[in-house]
Design a protein around this ligand. Structure first.
Ligand SMILES: [Zn+2]
Length: 490
């Protein structure tokens, strides 16, 4: 336990005597945090007062996680075409969504980055924080800026921040070690905290290291977590400092890439997939070293954002969205160390989307059966996953249709609460109407009710309804409200 953690925990033990360093989100934490993620489009489409009144009435929402920066469709914009629009908001697809900063970027905070701080052109003249913050505070609702590691290739200056792949080619994602990337996130932290009286910040990065990516050990597409990188000048220098031979790392990744390509192409190595993989790893432990280097750059990003936020606004909280892959891949899970997170987090939103979780878990199993676990049948690969991930659900043919149960939410919440220091809040991410395949599980009000109840049974300090209000049906939000009313009678 570091000195500051000790001081903060001592302060709490002494009956909540504040040393001026305990985050406000904690000081006011008697009432559970009931949060929802919402993007600018909802306030523009439906009217800010109407949205806020509705959220309070339907689900007892007391904290808004405003999607203030993203170029992605997961948390910004309306439903993308192909998914039905919900029973509120404009009944029209926003095919021209671009994204960017949905508040107002202040250029003085971006002097140390090449990445242009673009104001999202989607709602000209509209600043989502300036609009929502006063209306929320009038209602005693908190506002947390929610921003994520999703940029577009054509953002000016982003080419000077991207990862360099194994072949020396620029990728489409930022290198966590590149100062242009790091300073861009630090600029956003400073901008949001100095320009607005918001109540906290949450950032998320749904990416993983080069080894996990080589195996395709994730749900979604095979490249959803990124590629086998990074070989940029900053990462090569970090490897040199650590005594990791980058040529051998590159050769190891090339061999691993050839092995996985052969397996995905239908070949079966004479010694099987697992032994062949382990042989590469033993011969080229630099591959594992590269995985560590990648994660250290991400963890340094968390650390620096936390330090920056606390240097500006020590009473406000900053925390992180933990990618859903944490529920599926034991490799990614091992790298999300709640104890380590405690050193630089005020809260964690651990994604526990149980309803789309079945479809996603099945995707994960398909992906790893094309690489490391090709020796196993699909059911064996799923059974192995359940065993090492410490939860157990339905067979493979059922999970996409039925989703994962509330018991999964309960177990994952308990694990997170047990893993973090006492001062760190656990706010499970609960899914409402996240799009799934046509015949797969769709959210029902009772599902949301059960998932929210399970989170609190597991010891959660709050829940965060996800991914965005603009994709949720109102009856399903009422399901959350029912669970929350039982928790807080009256
Ligand atoms: Zn790099």
């Amino acid at each position: 336990m570091d000195r500051r953690t000790f001081l903060e925990e001592s302060a709490l033990l002494a009956g909540g005597v504040l040393l001026g360093r305990v985050p406000a989100v904690e000081a006011a934490a008697e009432a559970p945090m009931i949060g929802i993620q919402a993007g600018a489009v909802s306030f523009v489409d439906e009217g800010t007062d109407k949205v806020l009144d509705g959220l309070q009435e339907l689900a007892g929402i007391n904290t808004l996680f405003l999607a203030t920066f993203t170029y992605g469709r997961g948390i910004g914009g309306r439903q993308p075409r192909g998914s039905p629009l919900p029973d509120h908001g404009r009944q029209e697809y926003d095919d021209n969504f671009r994204g960017g900063n949905f508040a107002t970027p202040h250029p003085q905070y971006y002097r140390n980055t090449a990445i242009a701080p673009e104001k999202a052109p989607d709602h000209p003249g509209y600043d989502v924080i300036a609009d929502v913050l006063p209306a929320a505070h009038r209602r005693q609702m908190k506002v947390i800026c929610w921003f994520e590691d999703v940029l577009r290739r054509d953002v000016p200056g982003f080419d000077k921040a991207v990862e360099i792949d194994i072949n020396g080619k620029p990728s489409t994602v930022g290198c966590h070690r590149n100062p242009n990337t790091r300073n861009f996130w630090l600029g956003l932290v400073e901008d949001y905290l100095r320009s607005y009286d918001v109540d906290g910040l949450m950032w998320g990065s749904e990416r993983q290291g080069p080894l996990d990516n080589a195996l395709g050990a994730n749900h979604g597409g095979l490249t959803a977590g990124g590629g086998s990188a990074c070989f940029c000048q900053y990462c090569l220098e970090a490897a040199r400092r650590d005594g990791i031979n980058s040529d051998r790392a590159r050769e190891g990744f090339l061999q691993l890439g050839r092995l996985v390509a052969a397996i995905r192409g239908g070949q079966k190595p004479a010694d099987g997939a697992f032994v062949s993989f382990w042989r590469v790893l033993v011969r080229y432990p630099e591959v594992l070293g590269w995985e560590r280097l990648w994660n250290e750059a991400l963890n340094d990003t968390y650390r620096e954002m936390y330090a920056k936020a606390h240097s500006i606004a020590p009473a406000k909280g900053i925390g992180w969205h933990i990618w859903h892959n944490n529920s599926f891949s034991p490799f990614y899970r091992a790298e999300q160390d709640y104890g380590e997170f405690s050193k630089h987090s005020d809260f964690l939103k651990v994604v526990m989307y149980n309803l789309c979780g079945g479809e996603r878990l099945a995707q994960y199993v398909r992906n790893v059966r094309g690489s490391l676990f090709a020796d196993l049948t699909p059911e064996q690969a799923l059974d192995f996953t359940y065993s090492v991930q410490q939860y157990r659900e339905q067979p493979l043919d059922r999970i996409p249709l039925e989703g994962l149960s509330a018991d999964y939410v309960l177990r994952e919440t308990r694990r997170a609460v047990a893993g973090v220091a006492q001062r760190v809040k656990i706010w499970p991410g609960i899914d409402i109407d996240i799009p799934t395949g046509a015949s797969n599980k769709k959210t029902q009000p009772e599902d949301v009710y059960q998932a929210v109840k399970a989170a609190f049974q597991g010891g959660a300090h709050g829940v965060l309804l996800s991914r965005k209000y603009s994709e949720m049906r109102l009856a399903n939000l009422r399901g959350a409200g029912r669970a929350i009313r039982e928790l807080r009678p009256g």
